[in-house]
Design a protein around this ligand. Structure first.
Ligand SMILES: Cc1cc2nc3c(=O)[nH]c(=O)nc-3n(C[C@H](O)[C@H](O)[C@H](O)COP(=O)(O)OP(=O)(O)OC[C@H]3O[C@@H](n4cnc5c(N)ncnc54)[C@H](O)[C@@H]3O)c2cc1C
Ligand code: FES
Length: 504
């Protein structure tokens, strides 16, 4: 049985950083230490500003630590759609930003001496049936129009029958956690500060500074970068314009060599693969089984499907790791980057549609340029203020709060909770406990853990995630442990815990 842990976090070399204890000042406060926050912090610091980074958990422990690790501008089938929805000029900015991000990661990996196995490899998106062929060919035409390194081919190194594949040359893959660990080390070596286990609870903008309130103290800085996957501050209204989706991953050791390329299926179900080396033994990573957060079956069977597919196509010796994680996609398909609406000193980056190693790196460059007062051509496409002006965003936020509240009422009215007595060890769900509807999990030792199922973000009703033994919010993606601790934002406050008698 494989370890239930991200392959990257299990093999990371990240040092530990202290929690913030007391107040500090900086030129720029960065909230969130994933690839976006750390890259932004390092680039801003290189511009001569003192940075302080605060992270709720561990450096690189968010979605970056659960990625597939492909560093590519090939984002499945996207460019035809971007051209149709946004026009060729804007689609080209997206393509350029992501293609250049590959080189930025290569350069930063070298400069920070990251032990992250940055390796160039081709990326393929493949059609398995004649039906899917047209979409892949259209993507090829779109990619060529945008100047991307795209070739249509039937030469393919994954043992899957294909109709055709679209290859992007000179792409790459990395060990994501070792890369973020190196970025954090470089920030500290350059005079910046990094604090772990320091959740930001709010941002207060004053006339001459912003104050980031954390659990352990305040950071005062003229500017703040919020790189928390989805901004935890509600004022920009991004939670109403970005949908959370989860995906599952497995890492397998192979008997023979792994295919050298990176692959993603054009059809459904999505299967995304890349080579992986376990010590010096060949392996492969397979990711897929996506669904909206809080919806669909969130059970260990998802990993079973990935393992079955991997065994069908490759000579598997053993499965070593399994994990799952989430990212957000914006309503118009392009991330929101730059100044946050309704805030004067706060910059944001979100909505990377599961392609945030390059999108997040490109975002970091845009944010560093904004801090330095330099023009950045990509902002025309990514600009976060396109979500609307102050009045429009205020309306959007209010409408979403209303929808969320109504959603709760509706769901609670429809719930018919089973009795807590029906929960076997390892089971969780919404149950009736002494006449109250609560979320409960009976751990393998038989102990019962109960929490309120009302999300502390905006009050939606949480769903049980049996794969991760967590409570997940279908509204904006917040997640909580079975004991109520925040696992993923935008929520910042834990769930109310309900006292239960041992052995109930
Ligand atoms: C299964 C999966 C596979 C993927 N594969 C790829 C891939 O192959 N290639 C690719 O380009 N992209 C991929 N992605 C997407 C990519 O990994 C993400 O878009 C990217 O890592 C996001 O980086 P980030 O720094 O913005 O967010 P994160 O890495 O999530 O970092 C945000 C950090 O903010 C912290 N935080 C949150 N709230 C607070 C708070 N209130 N105070 C302080 N800290 C806070 C979190 O703890 C977290 O560490 C994948 C995504 C998934 C889910
Ligand atoms: S209500 Fe917004 S994440 Fe739960």
């Amino acid at each position: 049985m494989s370890q239930h842990r991200s392959v990257w976090l299990a093999t990371s070399d990240a040092p530990a950083y202290p929690a913030l204890a007391g107040d500090v000042t900086a030129d720029v406060a960065v909230v969130g230490a994933g690839i976006t926050g750390l890259t932004a912090a390092l680039l801003i610091q290189r511009g001569g500003r003192r940075v302080v980074v605060v992270e709720a958990g561990r450096v690189g422990g968010g979605t970056t630590g659960h990625t597939t690790g492909k560093v590519t501008s090939q984002h499945s089938l996207i460019y035809r759609d971007l051209i149709e929805r946004h026009g060729e000029a804007r689609a080209r900015l997206y393509a350029e930003a992501n293609e250049q991000a590959i080189d930025v990661i290569a350069r930063l990996a070298e400069e920070t001496e990251a032990d992250c196995r940055f390796e160039r490899a081709p990326a393929y998106v493949y059609a398995e049936t004649a039906d899917q062929r047209g979409a892949v060919e259209a993507e090829h035409a779109a990619a060529l129009r945008l100047g991307l390194p795209a070739t249509l081919t039937t030469e393919f190194d994954l043992p899957v029958d294909i109709a055709v594949a679209l290859r992007f040359d000179d792409q790459a893959h990395i060990h994501a956690s070792r890369y973020t660990a190196a970025l954090a080390r470089a920030i500290v070596a350059g005079g910046g500060e990094v604090f772990e286990h320091s959740r930001a609870m709010g941002i207060e903008e004053r006339r001459d500074e912003a104050v980031v309130h954390t659990e352990g103290g305040d950071i005062r800085a003229p500017q703040v970068v919020v790189a928390t996957l989805l901004p935890f501050v509600d004022r920009g209204g991004f939670f109403a314009r970005a949908q959370p989706g989860r995906s599952y991953g497995v890492a397998a050791r192979l008997r023979g060599d792994a295919p050298a390329g990176m692959h993603i299926s054009a059809g459904s179900p999505t299967r995304s693969t890349r080579p992986w080396v376990d010590g010096d033994r060949p392996g492969v990573i397979v990711v897929g089984e996506s669904h909206p957060t809080g919806e669909g079956d969130q059970t260990p069977a998802r990993w079973g499907e990935l393992e079955r597919w991997t065994r069908e196509h490759l000579d598997v010796e053993s499965f070593e790791y399994r994990w799952s994680s989430q990212d957000y996609v914006t309503v118009d398909g392009i991330p929101y980057v730059g100044r946050s609406p309704r805030m004067a000193r706060t910059l944001v980056a979100t909505g990377f549609r599961k392609w945030g190693l390059t999108n997040g790196t490109a975002a970091a460059r845009m944010l560093a340029d904004l801090v330095d007062g330099r023009d950045n051509p990509w902002l025309e496409a990514f600009d976060a203020t396109r979500i609307g002006g102050a009045a429009a965003v205020k309306k959007l936020v209010e409408a979403n709060v209303h929808v969320a509240t109504r959603f709760v009422g509706d769901r609670i009215a429809r719930l018919r909770p089973a009795s807590v007595a029906h929960l076997e060890p390892g089971d969780g769900g919404v149950v009736d406990l002494d006449g109250h509807t609560v979320g409960a999990y009976r751990d393998p030792g038989g102990e019962l853990h109960a929490v309120s199922v009302t999300c502390t973000h905006l009050g939606c009703t949480l769903r049980w995630n049996g794969a991760e033994t967590s409570w997940d919010c279908p509204c904006h993606g917040s997640r909580f442990s079975y004991e109520g601790a925040v696992l993923d934002g935008p929520a910042v406050r834990p769930l109310e815990r309900i006292d239960v008698d041992r052995g109930t």
